[in-house]
Design a protein around this ligand. Structure first.
Ligand code: PGA
Length: 254
C-alpha cells in the first residue's frame, strides 16, 4: 500500500507535464516550487508526473517526505523481458514513483489505448504498489448527445473490473473537450459527473479519490475545489509554471 494515499478527505494536486521539460527546466521548476504543508497537517498531496526520462532527477530535487512523483504511463506487462520501449511498474517504483497516470485521453486517442489496456495497466500498477490515476472522460459529441455520464460509467466498469477493493485508486474525470482548451467544464456538469462516479464506485473501493482535470488554473481552482466529490485536480498546462502550481496547492490546502 502506498503510505501517502489515505482517507478520502485528503486533497490531491497532480501535475501532468506531458511531453515537456529538460534537465534545466526540472531544476528551475523545483527551485521555484514551494512544498505544500504535509497532508497530515491539512495540506494537499502534490504529485508531479514528468516524462519518464526526468523521474529520477525530479525525485532527487524534491523533498520526498511531502511530495510524490508519478509517471504518465506504464507497461501493461509487469515482467522484465523483450518489450522494447516499455517501462514496467516495478521500474517506476524503483525510480521513486508512487503514482501512475493510466488511460489519459491523449493516449487513448493517439495510441488507441483501450479500456482493456487500462485494466491490464491497473493490474501492473497494483502489483508494484503504485496508486493509479485512471483518466476517463467523454468527447464533445458524446456530451452534446446527452450520453456523457453513461459513457464514463461504462469506461469505469470496463477498466475497473478486476481492481481490488483495498487497492488505492484515483479517478480523474477529464472531459476531452476541456483539456488544453482554456475552458474548464461547467461546475454543474462536473458536479453531476462526480456524483455519478461517487455513486458507482464509493461502495466498491475503500480508498478512492475523485479528481477533475481539463483547463484547471489558478483562476478556477477556487470554484472547482468547492464542488461536491471533487477531491483534487489533474493539471496539465498550468502545472508547467511552478507559481501556478503553488497557487493551486495553496487554494486546495485552505
Ligand atoms: P490541461 O490538461 O490542464 O492543460 O487542460 C489536463 C490533462 O490533460 O491532464
Amino acid at each position: 500500500m502506498n503510505s501517502k494515499t489515505s482517507a478520502a478527505a485528503k486533497k490531491w494536486a497532480v501535475a501532468n507535464w506531458k511531453q515537456f521539460g529538460r534537465q534545466n527546466f526540472v531544476r528551475e521548476w523545483c527551485a521555484n516550487f514551494t512544498p505544500p504543508p504535509s497532508p497530515s497537517a491539512g495540506g494537499c498531496q502534490a504529485v508531479i508526473c514528468p516524462p519518464f526520462s526526468y523521474l529520477s532527477l525530479l525525485r532527487a530535487q524534491l523533498p520526498a517526505s511531502d511530495i510524490a512523483i508519478g509517471a504518465q504511463n506504464v507497461a501493461s506487462n509487469g515482467d522484465d523481458g523483450a518489450h522494447t520501449g516499455e517501462v514496467s511498474a516495478s521500474m517506476l517504483a524503483d525510480c521513486g514513483c508512487e503514482y501512475v497516470i493510466i488511460g489519459h485521453s491523449e493516449r487513448r486517442q493517439s495510441q488507441g489505448e483501450s479500456d482493456d489496456d487500462c485494466r491490464a495497466k491497473l493490474a501492473a500498477a497494483a502489483e508494484a504498489e503504485l496508486t493509479p490515476i485512471l483518466c476517463v472522460g467523454e468527447s464533445l459529441a458524446t456530451r452534446q448527445a446527452g450520453s456523457a455520464v453513461e459513457f464514463v460509467t461504462q469506461q469505469l466498469t470496463a477498466a475497473l473490473k478486476d481492481h481490488s477493493r483495498t487497492a488505492p485508486l484515483l479517478v480523474a474525470y477529464e472531459p476531452i473537450w476541456a483539456i488544453g482548451s482554456g475552458q474548464a467544464a461547467k461546475s454543474d456538469d462536473i458536479a453531476t459527473m462526480h456524483a455519478a462516479i461517487h455513486a458507482q464506485l464509493s461502495d466498491k473501493f475503500d480508498r478512492i479519490g475523485l479528481l477533475y482535470g481539463g483547463s484547471v488554473n489558478p483562476s478556477n481552482i477556487g470554484s472547482l475545489s468547492c464542488i461536491d466529490f471533487v477531491d483534487g485536480v489533474l493539471i496539465g498546462g498550468a502545472s508547467l509554471d511552478p507559481t501556478k502550481m503553488n497557487h493551486i496547492i495553496t487554494t486546495l490546502s485552505s
